[in-house]
Design a protein around this ligand. Structure first.
Ligand SMILES: [Zn+2]
Length: 282
């Protein structure tokens, strides 16, 4: 089983995770920039983080045979902090970089006016840079959050078929599918979506434009959830082709809209700016 995790925060994960992911079949990931838990106090800390997503993290992934790309943005939560918002002025020079395959994650957290502005601004940035967009939908008030998100997408110059709406569940899947957007599902250990519910949604709505991710980060999460969904699909009667479509071909097609997907990790250097994952030894 070949697996592409289209939303995972590897910065927060260990080399053990990379090893286990490779063993489970993961060969490609996309890491969206996000909230690190500790609030940032200035735009420059975003820039160091973006550089890390473009440099150190793809290097680290390649040591474990995994292709790494990223999506960059001002995340929904920190869009509410005036100290962070000026990073929007810096984004254009980052969005032209090779390994950036979308603008994201953008969207709503608490559905504030500041989030409205950041979402609309960044959908326009995506359109200007001919990039797709990864749009987070809120974990509370899900249906209202999805509707407001889709309204902003419709008002933007970005076509719906260049937008992935993420963190969907049973309450939001139908309206998201009707919108023409790509459909993202984050599968978590014990809350929100799990693998059996994911299989039930696939049975009802089919695999077209569906992407499944672990959204693993610094919180309680499991970077092997993609594999567990693949296994659950097979156990429930889906064939290998459907599994490959959901876990590989759909993410390749969506992020391929950027024209920048490069899934070949062979030939990556053993060090990055003089540093290896071995910490100076060997
Ligand atoms: Zn995320």
């Amino acid at each position: 089983m070949r697996i592409f995790d289209p939303h995972i925060h590897m910065t927060s994960r260990t080399t053990d995770d990379y090893e286990a992911m490779y063993a489970a079949g993961v060969r490609a990931v996309v890491e969206p920039s996000f909230w690190l838990g500790q609030p940032r106090t200035s735009p420059v800390t975003f820039l160091d983080y973006f550089d890390s997503l473009l440099g150190w993290e793809p290097f680290r992934a390649a040591q474990y045979g995994i292709a790494h790309h990223c999506t960059l943005a001002l995340n929904p939560k920190e869009a509410n902090d005036p100290r962070c918002v000026p990073v929007l002025d810096e984004l254009p020079r980052y969005l032209v970089k090779d390994h950036v395959v979308a603008v994201g994650e953008i969207g709503y957290d608490s559905m504030t006016p500041a989030e409205d502005t950041a979402l609309a601004t960044q959908l326009q940035l995506a359109a200007d840079h001919e990039l797709p967009a990864l749009v987070h939908t809120p974990h509370r008030d899900k249906l209202a959050g999805l509707r407001r998100t889709l309204d902003v997408v419709r008002e933007s110059s970005l076509a719906a078929d260049r937008v992935l709406v993420d963190h969907l569940n049973e309450t939001t899947v139908k309206e998201a599918k009707d919108s023409g957007c790509w459909l993202g599902f984050s599968v978590y250990p014990d809350t929100k979506m799990d693998e059996d519910r994911m299989v039930a949604i696939l049975k009802e709505y089919g695999p077209d434009k569906v992407l499944v991710n672990s959204a693993a980060d610094w919180g309680r999460s499991d970077p092997l959830k993609t594999r567990r969904v693949g296994d659950a699909m097979l156990a429930s009667g889906f064939g290998d082709d459907d599994v490959d479509r959901v876990l590989w071909r759909n993410p390749v097609a969506f992020y391929g809209l950027s024209g920048r997907l490069d899934l070949d990790v062979a030939g990556t250097a053993a060090t990055h700016e003089g540093n290896s994952v071995l910490r100076g030894g060997e």
